[in-house]
Write a protein that binds this ligand. Structure first.
Ligand code: DAH
Length: 339
């Protein structure tokens, strides 16, 4: 058995020393030291030896094993060094070449407007509320004083998921959700996406964004509403902006109004942006209807409130001079990075 082991060693050493590459070296490692390698097989066959011979042969095998392993590792290092050397000589890296620029994106115009509006209202002590886009019809309509047979429901007939679940057609349902969960004083705005069965054209999209506002407390009156919206209009559209209110109807406010702002492009003289009117329609608003307060668990004898809602796309288009709403949704980076 001893001779066999020496024979293996004497065969292995020159083979390892003369091998040409890493692959060949690996094969040799398997051939001699692997699970079914020649040396390993010798160890396996030790059962046939006399008991007193076993430790002697065992330690001899181990010695040779270590020796071969060391040789293999040495050879491996040499190969790796050679390889690195070769790469260093052949690959040349031009460190003076300009690097690839990582372009920083810009915020989407809609996001920019929403963030600006949030800043303004946070500055007036409002909180930002949130609500689901997949909404219960009861929040989108019923609690907002718009029962199933109300004509106002037709115009906002939206995308129904079931008979009583839909994609919200306005951010107003968030009013009801907040009032149900929070006692006055309430001062919130809620920006978010809304959905309507409108076909796409330059000023319509089946999905767009609104910002809802709601204030409920004791002694809130129409003057608070007017003052708040005037302040908002000046901060958002410029200090010289004027605001006017026209009577209107919304089921969830009484009285209701629509508010226009003086055109911030021409200052009211009439131009392309305001279509010669001098005014731009901005939002819907009013004093929260007592039925709405009651539907949401707030006593209208004790509390009153105002609410408003406006479209974000409209403001973005006016402010950035964008004439076609579709551009805001096509997400062409060449367009978006201008803002
Ligand atoms: N939800 C209305 C719409 O989508 C906008 C609106 C009008 C919201 C009056 C209000 C409000 O909170 O008081 O047309």
């Amino acid at each position: 058995m001893k001779e066999k082991i020496t024979e293996i060693k004497e065969r292995a050493i020159p083979e390892i020393t003369n091998c040409k590459d890493l692959k060949e070296l690996n094969d040799l490692r398997v051939k001699y030291l692997g699970k079914k390698g020649e040396l390993t097989l010798v160890l396996r066959g030790m059962g046939s030896l006399a008991p007193e011979e076993r430790p002697i042969i065992g330690s001899l095998v181990n010695e040779i094993r270590d020796e071969l392993e060391e040789l293999i590792q040495k050879k491996e290092k040499e190969f790796k060094k050679e390889e690195l050397q070769k790469r260093l000589e052949t690959e040349n890296i031009d460190v003076t070449e300009p690097s690839k620029k990582i372009e920083l994106g810009t915020r989407h115009p809609i996001t920019q407007i929403i963030e600006e509006v949030e800043e303004i209202f946070l500055g007036m002590g409002y909180q930002i509320a949130d609500g689901p886009e997949v909404e219960k019809a009861i929040y989108n309509f019923d609690k907002l004083n718009t029962p199933p047979d109300h004509p106002a429901r037709d115009i906002q007939d939206t995308f129904y998921i079931t008979d009583d679940i839909l994609l919200r057609s306005q951010t107003s349902p968030v009013q009801a959700r907040v009032m149900e969960n929070q006692k006055p004083p309430i001062k919130i705005i809620c920006p978010g996406a809304v959905y309507r069965a409108d076909s796409v054209d330059a000023t319509h999209s089946p999905v767009f964004h609104q910002v809802e506002g709601l204030v409920v407390d004791r002694n809130i009156s129409m003057t608070d509403l007017k003052g708040t919206l005037e302040m908002f209009a000046k901060k958002c559209l410029g200090e010289n902006t004027k605001i006017r209110f026209r009577p209107h109807h919304f089921p969830f406010t009484e009285p209701s109004a629509e508010a226009d702002v003086s055109c911030f492009v021409c200052g009211g003289k009439g131009c392309r942006v305001c279509k010669g009117e001098g005014w731009i329609e901005l939002l819907g608003c009013g004093m929260v209807h007592p039925n709405v307060l009651r539907n949401c668990g707030i006593d209208p004898e004790e509390y009153s409130g105002f609410a408003f809602g406006f479209g974000v796309e409209r403001i973005a288009m006016a402010k950035f001079g964008i004439e076609d709403m579709r551009l805001l949704f096509e997400n062409d980076v060449r367009f978006l990075k201008q803002f």
